[in-house]
Design a protein around this ligand. Sequence first.
Ligand code: ADP
Ligand code: MG
Length: 701
Amino acid sequence: MRPSLLDPLFAAVTTLEGVGPKLAGLLQNLLVRPGETLRIRDLVFHLPTGLVDRRKRAEIATAPEGAIVTLTVRIDRHQAPGRAQKSVPYRVFATDETGEIALTYFRAQGAWMENLLPVGETMIVSGKVEWFNGRPSMVHPDFVASLERAETMSLVEPIYPMTAGLSGKVLRKAIGQALERVPPFAEWIEPSVVKRQSFPTFNDALKRLHDPADAADISPENPSWRRIAYDEYLASQLALALSRQNQKAVPGRAMTDPAGRLAKVRAALPFALTAGQEQAFAEIAEDMANPERMLRLLQGDVGAGKTVVALMAMAVAVGSGCQSALLAPTEILARQHFASLGKLCEAAGLTVTLLTGRDNGRARAAKLDAIANGETDIVVGTHALFQEDVAYHDLGLVIVDEQHRFGVHQRLSLTRKGRGADLLVMTATPIPRTLVLSAFGDMEVSRLSEKPKGRKPIATVALPTDRIEEVVERIGNAIAGGQRVYWVCPLVEESEKSDLMAAEERGRQLREVFGEDTVGVVHGRMNAEEKDTVMGAFKRGEKRLVVATTVIEVGVDVPEATIIVIEHAERFGLSQLHQLRGRVGRGDKASACVLLYRGPLGETAAARLKVMRETEDGFRIAEEDLKLRGEGDLLGTQQSGLPFFRIARTEHHADLMEVARDDARLVLAKDPELKGERGEALRALLYLFGKDEAVRLLRSG
Ligand code: ADP
Ligand code: MG
């Protein structure tokens, strides 16, 4: 149970004064992911990104157009609109030594105005100045106060990231109240770290960030920001360390393949493994032979050949008397794995079952039977593999492909189906080291850094859209020569519908050129079966060109595809472009990638296309992408618009990540149940950053 200390922070925002359902709705969109519950905590973690400094005084005559200024003025006269003149504003004229300004209010009441700005008084007014016909005015000043009162008020205001329909004033007021609900927390950071980093306390850091005195106070480099970034890293590292501790607590098993299934798979391989594949597999095999549970990440660029390595690991598991499961993020990928493993498995005498959300009725029951009684050695599928009613005879190895599409904690539920099952995660996103740490925690990492021999470099060109005809002509030649082509259509942000229209429209045009049967279209609105039909025809060569939205992004393997055209390449992220390009260059023929862009290119878009032309090295691309975009996007969380971390920014705080990892490890070594005083504090930290899952592990384990 969540410590009651935290209750005020986990209350609904509507318990704040002035926050009703409508405002709560706006805040919901601004602050949390769809489906998450908005809490007062989320307001507390919404940090300002700028500030308005109203301390410096300006003069009327020289106040710049559009600037927010603070003036010291004498109130001269009020000019109320006539009764019938609803659209005419109420004006108050005020002067300083340099000139006169109109303070303008719409729908104002006379009595209220006279009280607010009494004639003859000297007052401070602050707001945006606008010049019209040589006369300055200030519409609805943000801030009006007598001289004495201004002395005691904070003239520096934080500016928060906003959303349409929300006013800064309202948001500040809500956050101000939220801050009052933050309870005094005990220190959860290791004292030596606090000292070395000169961290303020959590409470002080929050206060400082929300009530900045100057620009330095809201810089990510500021000790207050670093402190909370560290807290966030610590929570995530501790959660990951707990899940690791939990996995390792259950004894694993030593899988050494006494039945010799690996040798059979090896004998069935139509190619020699690369040195990198051998190396990665050796690391995996060593983990598997070890009685501790394996927790390993296999990183390899698209086309590097991870699937074969996975198959060999599965063969070892089966040869050790248990089952393996291979989990893919999409139906298409699951089918593809099933198809490509099928032949090798048959040759090696391994039985494989495909289980996806599409299976139902008697066919599904038969599959479940085969899985439950052990007839099936290997199960390939989507998350249908881990539905409640799927029981395994004896699951010993779980392999997750493209893990970042699954939640970080989802994998916990995956291995629960087995008894001390080993876990291998495969990802094609070449995530830089700091991100491996943040997303996967302390997993062992194997890397496939080279591609299978014989792969030709992919010639990458960037062309403006008006040269599309040349591209179509070239494709015509390629198709006539038996090659296959992907045509990726623009990622349209506004709606899925226009995305789809773009793909269908392009499909129609290309059919006119190349013929009805040559061209297929695949888009996100199609169901899995429809997509498979088209992709199947493409794979078999019945269709030569497939127009697709980004559904082909991950993993689809058609070695005969040699050309990929990406329309509106300027709208794609770098990693996404790289993933897409990886759809070609998988066979031994020379391949090409055409990036069609619509100019003029922004700076970032130009930089992305340049990197694409310069390199095929996935790791370099990932590093560049991180520089250009930030980590949330890299991990594929961009759909939600919210970053992977709320407070921490890799570009400023990367140094803290490893400190947090060590801190988390150390504390668990001393207090694995988090029962001591600091342990209690850390539990609060975990809840504070939404790591409830991890706390639950403490209880069960
Ligand atoms: P990844 O999953 O890493 O993107 P795959 O495992 O799908 O890559 O492999 C891509 C293609 O390369 C497949 O067609 C696969 O059969 C082939 N392949 C894998 N390893 C080798 C190798 N050592 N030599 C030649 N081809 C290979
Ligand atoms: Mg793959």
